[in-house]
Ligand binder design. Structure first.
Ligand code: 13P
Ligand code: SF4
Length: 407
């Protein structure tokens, strides 16, 4: 999407994090969270010089039994073993399109592996190489909070005309709630189409759990006025909103954000413009509204990749998304100047949990697993939850396809 020249200022304050929003050390468990628990078994040491050869050998031995999916934010050391790379939408489709693979190894984060489990057959097993690879954004909406939010909408008399739309970056339980209440999943590459679908089915949208993607899509792509968007804060009674505010709003945005994309600021944009004359600013729609307004182009991970692939040699770009991807793009396009939008390092810490030792551990364990036995680090979604979540995911997969090159 192209950024319109909006003059509105939107202020953003960090929402209070759900306790244990990040499980950085991979120890212990948090059953209330979307991510998994600690990783069982002995990991090979990261210093083992044979790790690449071990991963290749285990993958070769598994042959067609395994299919490896790699999200664009994964480390290079992992992405080299992916059979397909993609954004979360493409990977969900790829998972659903591989019914013959006994194992889907998902190099990404927990909510992606859950979605893959929901979309694959009962005979297939989905493996997340590190069960602690969660997502802090997904953890900002838990099932009980969403039930309470829906109660607040009912009390305000608007639940019947509200359609829930949840970003892919949410737990299976939230997707299940969404499916059960007539809503759809969306990703950053189809959020506009999902919102059109939702407004065809209701008058208001409850958008979970990323307020920025919801606001950016509603305001910049759908033309919904900013003052018809309200933010529901799950840490405040009634979301911090009056019944009248809920009745007046068209977009009810959940107060959640990505800890990576939420770091970019409008000052970063101004700094880079001052440093690099003629630079194009390209950002992901999980960035704050004021950052998107200050940028030149905004779009999903796939859009960012395609934009840079098509860019003129000699052009300059500052990119506001996860650093593994920006570095890979800079290396792939030495004829273009591609820099990171922020000066400090900005990896997604949970995406980065999937490293070569964890991948080797998963692949070698799978190679030793007899067909039908439970795989190591298997992600399994409860079938009742999965049935409702599948409704919401299938509604997304049935949305009209994106044009080949759209943000
Ligand atoms: P996409 O893969 O939809 O671009 O989302 C980015 C992201 O933050 C994934 O966690
Ligand atoms: Fe979650 Fe953001 Fe990391 Fe994506 S980049 S997994 S939204 S924290």
């Amino acid at each position: 999407m192209l950024c319109a020249d909006y003059a509105r200022d939107v202020t953003f304050t960090e929402p209070a994090a759900t306790p244990l929003a990040l499980l950085l050390l991979g120890q212990g468990s948090d059953a209330g969270s979307e991510r998994g628990v600690d990783c069982p078994g002995e990991l090979p040491p990261a210093s083992d010089p044979t790790l690449v050869a071990r991963a290749a050998a285990a993958k070769r031995e598994l042959g067609d039994r395994v299919f490896v999916l790699g999200h664009h934010y994964q480390r290079d050391e992992v992405i080299q073993f992916a059979d397909v790379t993609g954004d979360s939408f493409k990977l969900a489709r790829e998972a659903a399109a591989r019914p013959d693979a006994e194992y889907i190894v998902f190099c990404g984060v927990h909510f992606m592996a859950e979605s893959a489990d929901i979309l694959t057959t009962a005979n297939q097993q989905v493996v997340l190489p590190d069960l602690a690879a969660g997502c802090s954004m997904a953890d900002m909406a838990n099932y009980q909070q969403v039930v309470e939010a829906w109660d607040a909408l009912s009390d305000a008399g608007v639940a019947d005309v509200t359609v829930p739309v949840t970003y892919m970056n949410s737990s299976a339980a939230i997707k299940g709630f969404t499916g059960e209440h007539g809503g759809t999943v969306c990703t950053s590459s189809n959020a506009e189409r999902a919102l059109h679908w939702a407004f065809d089915h209701g008058e208001k949208v409850l958008f979970l759990p990323d307020e920025h993607l919801g606001r950016n899509t509603a305001v910049l792509q759908m033309g919904i006025p900013l003052d018809e968007c309200v933010v529901f804060d799950p840490h405040k009674p009634g979301g911090g909103l009056t019944g009248q505010q809920l009745r007046d709003a068209r977009m009810i945005l959940w107060r959640g954000h990505c800890s990576v994309h939420g770091r970019f600021t409008a000052e970063n944009v101004a700094d880079v413009r001052a440093r690099i004359p003629g630079v194009n600013i390209l950002v992901h729609p999980e960035c704050r509204h004021e950052v998107v307004l200050a940028a030149d182009l905004v779009g999903s991970t796939e859009f960012i990749i395609k934009t840079l692939d098509a860019a003129e040699p000699g052009s300059s770009w500052a990119v506001g998304t996860e650093l593994n991807l920006v570095r890979r793009l800079a290396n792939a396009h030495p004829d273009k100047q591609i820099v990171f939008l922020e000066k400090t390092v900005c990896y997604c810490s949970t995406m980065n949990r999937i490293d070569l030792p964890h991948l080797v551990h998963s692949l070698e364990s799978l190679a030793r697993t007899v067909s039908g036995e439970r795989a190591v680090n298997r992600i399994m979604v409860d079938e009742t939850v999965a049935a409702n979540a599948r409704l919401a995911l299938n509604r997304m997969l049935a949305l009209p396809q994106a044009p080949a090159f759209a943000g």
